[in-house]
Design a protein around this ligand. Structure first.
Ligand code: ZN
Length: 199
């Protein structure tokens, strides 16, 4: 069903777009982060095992105790690196975040398509909005958790203005009941007075 454009639905779409964008970025960051740990641990394991393997064939009789201890230690670290990676499954976790990031990207494409068609035709397809809402719920529910260190690494991205689509800037209310509170104001102010709550 198509209904004439409504500011409320449009604003909802803008909020979703910003949420989905940061979810996508967070999951792609997680993917990079876990893949890096995965390859570091894999290589550490491979290199250390190779070192230990070579030393095992060396003649032990002539080696000092220190050498024997180092070889023992290396082999301990090598198995540690491999066990750690198997237990924590960094590769699998990276893959889950990649899938989730791709899901959010597809959702973002749908949202952007709707936003465009609202701007172009002034018509809202409510069944599409409903299906975006359902997909968003599902993709969010299926998404693996984001570790705090990744979630907090980036400052909050500025949303787009609900009135003119320009980027918004974080402002502090100087007067009125909201005095002292932060909110998003349009970067084109005073030409545009679009604003959004800062949450
Ligand atoms: Zn604006």
């Amino acid at each position: 069903m198509s209904v004439p454009k409504s500011d409320q639905i449009q604003q909802t779409l803008f909020v979703w777009r910003d949420e989905v964008r940061s979810a996508r970025d967070n999951h792609y960051d997680c993917e990079r982060y876990f893949s890096q740990i995965d390859s570091v641990l894999k290589w550490a394991g491979i290199i250390l095992s190779a070192l230990v393997g070579t030393s095992v064939f060396a003649d032990f009789t002539g080696q000092s105790d220190a050498a024997k201890v180092s070889i023992g230690l290396l082999s301990f670290i090598a198995s540690g690196a491999m066990t750690l990676n198997t237990t924590l499954k960094y590769g699998e976790r990276a893959e889950k975040h990649r899938v989730s990031g791709a899901g959010f990207q597809a959702l973002l494409d749908d949202i952007e398509f709707q936003v465009d068609s609202i701007f172009k035709n002034n018509i809202i397809d409510t069944s599409k909005i409903e299906s975006i809402k359902e997909t968003k719920k599902k993709v969010t529910a299926d998404a693996p958790g984001i570790p705090d260190r990744i979630y907090h690494r980036k400052p909050k991205k500025a949303p787009h203005c609900p009135k003119c689509d320009s980027l918004m800037v974080l402002k502090t209310a100087k007067k009125g009941v909201n005095q002292g509170k932060q909110f998003w104001g349009c970067s084109r102010y005073p030409d545009c007075d679009g604003s959004l709550d800062y949450v």
